[in-house]
Design a protein around this ligand. Sequence first.
Ligand code: MF3
Ligand code: CO
Length: 263
Amino acid sequence: MRKTVLIPSPRRARGIILKAPWEIDILRKANAIVAEVLLRLKEIIQPGVTAWDLNRIAEEICEKRGARPAFKGYRGYPFSLCVSVNAEVVHGMPLKEKVLKEGDIVSLDFGTFYEGYYGDAAITVAVGEVSAQAYDLMKVTEEALNLAIEKAHIGNRLQDISVAIQRHVEKHGYNVVRDFVGHGIGQSLHEPPEVPNFGRPGKGPRLKAGMVLAIEPMVVTGSYQLEILPDGWTAVTKDGGLAAHFEHSIAITAQGPQILSKV
Ligand code: MF3
Ligand code: CO
């Protein structure tokens, strides 16, 4: 008689894959590498550094840690790091000609693939001294992310996270981007659910232990209308307003939200 091999299918809640504690442990390792890379890049950013240099250094650290850069080849993206300067919102390319200069704000977005699981996080960094508005935009965006993470606990609903971001951002006179959203993350870089940075209180699926989310507010000083540059990737504000982007991958647990993308 043939033996039947039973492959356990992952537990899901409304199409969202729930991760076991051992999977969250691997996701923590994948995301710790991302955090280490971003921290290192932040340390070396100064006027004259090129986005190309940053991409190369990110790849070196990633390789040293035994991980694969997740973005390289993803939907044809040709680099490992996204480097988005000033009016560039996300998916800026790390070109040799992209030389950072005093007063710029630069968003760095990096992902890893490690032992079958993905890491994903982003920060925005000042190059030297920046304008008061640029500094405030970065501060408000990072605060919005932290407020959102506080809402990522069992019993809340997904859009409670979204609302926390939108409220904080709009209170400070800025706008959240509509065209890009956060996402579930696990054995794929992008999994259900979408995590918008705008929403309504009490809407969306109920948050459950084992959900792992990449929460990523993208915030602009002006209109949230974007356009894509002819390179097919770089998303910029239509009105030329500044943009900031912070992202953490977090796990929802019985003990509350856990930030995975930290060293
Ligand atoms: N952090 C981005 C995201 O979550 C990374 C995708 S960039 C790409 O969508 F280049 F890989 F597409
Ligand atoms: Co992401």
